[in-house]
Write a protein that binds this ligand. Structure first.
Ligand code: IMP
Ligand code: MG
Length: 285
């Protein structure tokens, strides 16, 4: 058993938390429960504390007598330390808990394909709100036309548009994906519906990788003579940049790894994950 864990279930729970990118502390606090003439005679140290959820977790087995004893201690703890958030979890409850807090769970067939969660739901929501506030501030007194590029941008544009407080129009484009060897140019499969001439365009992208797609779209949009074009990308894989496109708003800079989830796909799979995850390397061509 790797230190500091006492039981295999604890080690396994820690690995699940690591997978989902949830911070944890192992037995960080002991709660005195009974005293006798100033000496602590009974105490309780919950197995885990999860700072993101402000929650203590006590893992338990199926042994009924142990569970009854733990229940008694937890009741006492809640009496003496009101406001302390503590739960008892059985192994089969792990994934249910994580689902409740928006960390998953992945469906059984998706788990083996994911290496790890890179950006949790909580971090995504927080950063999207920050970007929305910044954009609202920068466009004060103006109207913005948000142009999203399908399909990877779906989750991001749906979330960020609700964080923007200036008048906003939405339009969507679809383009043929770049085939990797540069032989076919980017083609427009679905054009703008809005007339953007003289308007302030905010191009919204899921991820900037080589920058070739974005560069092509910006050049195309410029032929429509907008008043301005700015770019907002959720993810930036800067290490792979070939064409230097100026990205005005970036959610997260990420390492050179293939990521899925929150709209991003691998062969049309994984778009529905509520977080950004790194795909296992051996799945990539
Ligand atoms: P670029 O032209 O190389 O910048 O490619 C950008 C496009 O490639 C994005 O809009 C995505 O559709 C796709 N892409 C690049 N990296 C990833 C990734 O890690 N996961 C999923 N799609 C990606
Ligand atoms: Mg895309």
């Amino acid at each position: 058993m790797p230190a500091p864990f006492a039981h295999n279930a604890e080690y396994e729970f820690a690995r699940i938390l690591d997978f989902y990118g949830i911070d944890w502390q192992y037995e960080p606090r002991t709660f005195p429960l009974r005293w006798d003439r100033g000496h602590v005679t009974e105490a309780f140290s919950p197995d885990f504390y999860l700072p993101d959820l402000n929650m203590y977790v006590e893992l338990t087995t199926l042994k009924a007598n142990l569970t009854a004893e733990k229940n008694r201690k937890m009741r006492l703890l809640k009496e003496i330390y009101p406001g302390t958030n503590i739960i008892m979890l059985k192994k089969q409850d792990y994934l249910r808990l994580l689902a409740k807090y928006g960390y998953g769970p992945l469906t059984a067939d998706q788990v083996p394909d994911i290496d790890r969660v890179l950006i949790t739901t909580g971090r995504l929501q927080k950063r999207v709100a920050e970007l929305g506030a910044q954009i609202s501030h920068d466009y004060t007194g103006r109207e913005v036309v948000m142009v999203g590029v399908l399909r990877g941008v779906l989750c991001f544009i749906a979330d960020i548009m609700r964080q923007i407080s200036v008048p906003t129009a939405i339009d969507l484009m679809a383009i043929s994906s770049y085939d990797g060897n540069g032989s076919n140019a980017v083609r427009i499969l679905k054009d703008l519906d809005e007339n953007i001439k003289g308007r302030d365009v905010l191009l919204v992208e899921d991820i900037v990788d080589t920058g070739m797609t974005l560069n092509h779209i910006v050049e195309y949009l410029n032929t429509k003579k907008p008043a301005s074009i700015k770019i907002c990308a959720l993810l930036d894989k800067r290490a792979r940049r070939i064409v230097n496109v100026p990205v005005d708003y970036v959610g997260f800079e990420i390492p050179d790894e293939f990521v899925v989830g929150y709209g991003l796909d691998f062969n049309q799979r994984f778009r529905n994950l509520p977080f950004i995850a790194v795909l296992k390397h051996d799945l990539l061509p």
